[in-house]
Design a protein around this ligand. Sequence first.
Ligand code: M6R
Length: 599
Amino acid sequence: MCGIVGYIGNNDSKEILLKGLERLEYRGYDSAGVALLDEEGVHVFKEKGRIATLRKIVDKNTHAPVGIGHTRWATHGVPNRVNAHPHQSASGRFTLVHNGVIENYEQLKREYLPAHSFTSDTDTEVIVQLVEKFVNEGKSVEEAFRTALRALKGSYAIALLDNENKDVIYVAKNKSPLLVGVADDCNVVASDAMAMLQVTDQFVELMDQEMVIVTKEDITIKDLKGNLIQRRPFTAEIDASDIEKGTYPHYMLKEIDEQPFVIRRIIQEYQDENGNLKLDDSIREAMKDTDRIYIVACGTSYHAGLVGKQFIEKLSNIPVEVHIASEFVYNMPLLSQKPLFIFISQSGETADSRAVLVAVKKLGYRALTLTNVPGSTLSREADYTLPLYAGPEIAVASTKAYTAQMAVLAILAVDTARAKGISLDFDPIQELSIAANAMEVLCDSKEEMEKIAGEFLIHRNAFFLGRGLDFYVCLEGALKLKEISYIQAEGFAGGELKHGPIALIETDTPVIALATQAALNLNIRGNVKEVVARGANPCIISMKGLEHEGDRFVIPAVHELLTPLVSVVPLQLISYYAALHRGCDVDKPRNLAKSVTVE
Ligand code: M6R
């Protein structure tokens, strides 16, 4: 987590850094800071809270052509001013920002700096003190930086300033994402290209265990032995308007509304001019060749994986297991003879998923990543990638990436089925188009969703009930609600209630039930009756054709397999309005970050 930026050029760096940090706030937002380097030396401004708070304390009269900045999601040490980045060496000569986790920081302190008294509780501070120690021992700054990097275990994206050399920013990367942006009169550093799009769309990707010497004219990439590395920049294909809120009050609402267009874009991107599905032959072969698929993901992406399992098993007849990455990595199940791993990740940077990818690649297995960020770590390190085409997702709560993940999984399942000669009465293009239209109808039903939120989501808790595919959507609905409104929400399989959770039902407990699966319609309604008999306040959301009198909302009919893409939309919207009514910060919920780059 955390985001870092850097600027070196002819202009005043202050506004560029602050704007860049605002765009990186999705990576963490509990404290922030900048270091501005001008002729007088380095000026550090940092504070607990958001970039808006930092803005207020940055001295308007400091005009520095060089600077670095950081927005934090605390891992080591509480979010406060002292633990906020940048951190400085004992003499104040070196100033550093870091994204990642230094696993051996305590050992490094004991081994190299036993007498040093550290000012913060962070793992980061040891890096800057190490650099200074090695310089004091006679190494050049570059060699001292490299020596410190070689001693680190863990993940890092680092930018370092030297008060005695105002013409350079030293940067380095291992496991945490980092790009160097190149422009005519300046160069920049950022955890994500989005942060520096106002300066350039030309970026150089860094690989693990690389460092870069960034001056305003040049960038020099080296490995940790000092060997030169040549790499050309790529053009970041992000539309600047995609990362603006426009007239929307929140990114989350904008992203919910974008879902029908995302599905239509996926249809376009995965279809050739003859209307056939367009996937790499290598992916097709890998799918045909495997005897078992292991889907690995976290959070919302895991929920999409649960739905994906149903698509792949039902359509292409391949057994699928779905695993939470953070569990899988420490407790690998017995694997089949020819496993294929599918990683699902909006950001492509999730550390828990990456840890599994690294482990399975070491074992020689093939991996496919579904991600919204081609070029991200999980995409680069897998054998194959399927892009989600959802466009940048800024709100911490994932919405359009989730529906995009399910749509791409549906396409993958159908393509595999066809490649295996399985005949299907399911046309994914047609059915996804119908689903996109249905999503649009739901996006137009905001007033109704706001009413439902006002009627039902006014308690400390809420339950979501579903069976079959509806159960997986309930897990996602509950996650959405809890993460943005802080209402304790749980998704349950309808039939499982009576095995324990029903004990939680009291008078007026809100129970939101989904009824979109024909074969399970009567069963879920029976489960609703059970909770009503115990005082619950039920809100049934059913699908056209399956509705009963008294259902609170009926969604348009879509193919039964694709109901998760559609039935999740009302759950996203009611979560949004519940959060709004409770005065929560919808786009940046407490304690969370968009991109979880620590294990
Ligand atoms: O970027 P990823 O899809 O790998 O992220 C996985 C989870 O961290 C993410 O889905 C998280 O659960 C979201 N906050 C859900 O809204």
